[in-house]
Write a protein that binds this ligand. Structure first.
Ligand SMILES: NC(=O)c1ccc[n+]([C@@H]2O[C@H](COP(=O)([O-])OP(=O)(O)OC[C@H]3O[C@@H](n4cnc5c(N)ncnc54)[C@H](OP(=O)(O)O)[C@@H]3O)[C@@H](O)[C@H]2O)c1
Length: 273
């Protein structure tokens, strides 16, 4: 029996990258999973790859609250309930100094990451409370939390700092309700979120340095997916207000010390997830 047998989970932004890997692991653990992103074509592709009657796909732009509420309504209609909400959808660009970034581009991570996470939390909490059900809400951390500075991607960093605060504020507000609201940091994973469109020569130089950093520190999204399974299993019951990190300082040290050996034996993982 899987660790998430018959649990119903929505994973926003699950058509690629970390969200898709979490969806795969959830399915393996017996969950019923809703695949969603802002793009219907991407949703259809991901759903057809999974080819399982425990998968349901629906496009939902998390910036729009009505779409998130509709997603939950449709999930309940399809699978009978909702147990787990993973607010994973995210964007990171622009990678520019604050004065060089267009206003609308700078607002995008604020809209998708902060509003999107807030919408997912609000709609899921409303559902759990109305139905008097236990549930789990997992928000995604990232660079910008704690002491990480994020020069050249200040919108993303600001958004993740806000998600950090939002998660713990909500955890306080809903303590003792049987709903566990937690934060998860997936660590550095080579996904599309890290790609830069039309870089200036100056930015390209920075990206070349960042590429080397990724060689050292990036890891498979499976690490974050396994951690998310654990957080959403019975193990996570009562862990409201906790932060779990797939990129702990021990992990960082291990990746750093193993780097020369991985390089020597041609074992640097450059897979794009
Ligand atoms: N990769 C890393 O190193 C890293 C590190 C720390 C934290 N994280 C966090 O992990 C999460 C997943 O990132 P990832 O690396 O897997 O990125 P990714 O591969 O680019 O995936 C992002 C997902 O979000 C979806 N999305 C974007 N805008 C959306 C919107 N408005 N509404 C709904 N879905 C939307 C994308 O699909 P569509 O484009 O089809 O909408 C896609 O499915 C993010 O919250 C990110 O901040 C990543």
């Amino acid at each position: 029996m899987g660790k998430l047998e018959n649990k119903v989970a929505i994973i926003t932004g699950s058509t690629k990258g970390i969200g898709k890997t979490i969806a795969k692991r959830f399915l393996e653990e017996g969950a019923k999973v809703v695949i969603t992103s802002s793009n219907q074509h991407n949703v259809d592709n991901a759903v057809s790859e999974f080819a399982s009657d425990k998968i349901f796909g629906l496009a939902c732009n998390v910036v729009n609250y009505e779409e998130v509420e509709h997603l939950i309504q449709q999930t309940v209609e399809k699978f009978g309930a909702l147990d787990i909400m993973i607010n994973n959808a995210g964007v990171a660009e622009p990678f520019k100094r604050i004065v060089d970034a267009d206003l609308d581009a700078w607002y995008k991570p604020i809209d998708v990451n902060i509003k999107g996470t807030y919408h997912g939390c609000r709609a899921a909490l409303k559902y759990f409370l109305d139905q008097n059900r236990q549930g789990k809400v997992i928000n995604l951390a990232g660079a910008g939390i704690l002491k990480n500075n994020t020069p050249y991607f200040s919108a993303y960093g600001s958004s993740k700092a806000a998600i950090y605060r939002m998660t713990f504020a909500l955890a306080e507000e809903y303590k003792n309700t049987g709903i566990d609201i937690m934060l998860m940091n997936p660590g550095l994973v080579r996904t599309e979120i890290l790609s830069v469109h039309n870089p200036t020569p100056e930015l390209q130089k920075r990206m070349d340095v960042f590429d080397k950093i990724q060689d050292i520190f990036s890891q498979s999204p499976m690490v974050a997916a396994n951690l998310t399974v654990k957080m959403c299993s019975d193990w996570g019951n009562g862990k409201n207000g906790k932060f779990y990190d797939a990129f702990s300082s021990t992990k960082k040290r291990l990746l750093l010390f193993s780097y020369p050996f991985r390089k020597l034996f041609n074992k640097i993982d450059r897979t794009a997830y």
